[in-house]
Design a protein around this ligand. Structure first.
Ligand code: GYE
Length: 306
């Protein structure tokens, strides 16, 4: 399904193209790489970027999007901190005929005409993959595997869908038993604190599913401080695939990493240019993914820029 951006083709807009982009914050390695990708791609494509950082605050983010409408940018794009609360500001953007593109995450709005395109990863399948790889590591052994989960910030799409995907796969075979969860807010320090709590609350933890690399690397710190051998006992699986995590894999401190590419800049700018010229754009653009273990991480590390 293609969508036109609501631009009058008989009266095409003149350049330069301006993009208002509202970013979640600067919570970790993935996000920094995502911001860099967007800034670089805007520069390469000669797009005037009006970049705002919400600092993880949903209210500030909505105010930032309002400011893009006031500034009459050509296109608005944003990576939502949370899924809810978007109806009013997006109706205002539609009334002003400014096309909206969602990047990375999604929003909880029934009226899908409020955005023309979304670009990002399939988070549920990342959760599926994390569980599949972990389960596979226990083939040939018996007994249930006690897993704890470190969750990202509440209300964000990847937090919800990675958990759902992981649980759905775990439920299929019954091998992985999710015994406890704690939130780590996507940060390294949050992951460390969450792991500390999980260690206090649970006697036997065989594996940790951390919903992003930063939290997984924070968990490594807490586990080492507790005299454990993270990567082996417990095993740790994370999502993102930052350089730091690939290094953690190569060093044997993480067990698996499911990739989620932060490099959304180029596909976003090509959608922005198409919209500006009144072209039609795909409603959904999905990013690639891979899974790394300690061996493949060593190879991938060479080319990793983030
Ligand atoms: O996994 C995490 C970041 O929305 C996919 O947000 C993104 C997630 C990513 O904070 O590291």
């Amino acid at each position: 399904e293609d969508e036109a951006g609501g631009i009058d083709l008989k009266n095409p807009p003149k350049g330069p193209i301006s993009l208002g982009f509202s970013q979640v914050g600067a919570e970790g390695g993935w996000r920094q790489a995502n911001t860099e990708s967007i800034k670089k791609a805007a520069e390469r494509n000669r797009i005037n970027l009006n970049f705002k950082d919400a600092g993880g605050d949903p209210k500030k983010q909505i105010a930032d999007v309002h400011s893009f409408i006031d500034a009459r940018v050509s296109v608005i794009a944003f990576a939502p901190v949370v899924e809810t609360g978007w109806g009013e500001v997006l109706r205002r953007a539609r009334d002003a005929a400014i096309p909206v593109v969602l990047t990375d995450r999604l929003i909880d709005e029934k009226d899908t005409s409020l955005w023309v395109s979304s670009i990002g990863a399939e988070f549920a399948s990342e959760g599926n993959l994390a569980a599949i790889y972990l389960e596979n590591d226990y083939v040939g052994t018996t007994g249930t595997v006690n897993v704890v989960e470190i969750l990202g910030a509440t209300g964000a799409t990847p937090t919800k869908l990675r958990a759902e995907g992981f649980a759905a796969t775990a439920a299929k075979t019954g091998r992985l038993n999710i015994i406890d969860k704690a939130t780590g807010d996507w940060t390294k320090d949050g992951g460390r604190a969450a792991m500390r709590k999980l260690l206090d609350r649970n006697k036997r933890i065989d594996a940790v599913f951390a919903q992003n690399d930063d939290m997984g690397l924070g968990a490594v710190i807490a586990l080492e401080a507790a005299g454990k051998k993270p990567g082996t006992a417990p095993k740790i699986v994370t999502v993102d695939g930052t350089k730091a995590a690939l290094q953690g894999l190569a060093d044997g401190k993480l067990t698996f990493v499911v990739e989620c590419s932060p490099e959304i800049g180029e596909p976003l700018m090509s959608v922005v240019v198409d919209l500006f010229h009144g072209g039609r754009v795909p409603k959904r653009i999905e990013s690639e993914k891979a899974v790394f273990d300690s061996q493949t991480a060593a190879d991938a590390l060479t080319g990793r820029t983030y």
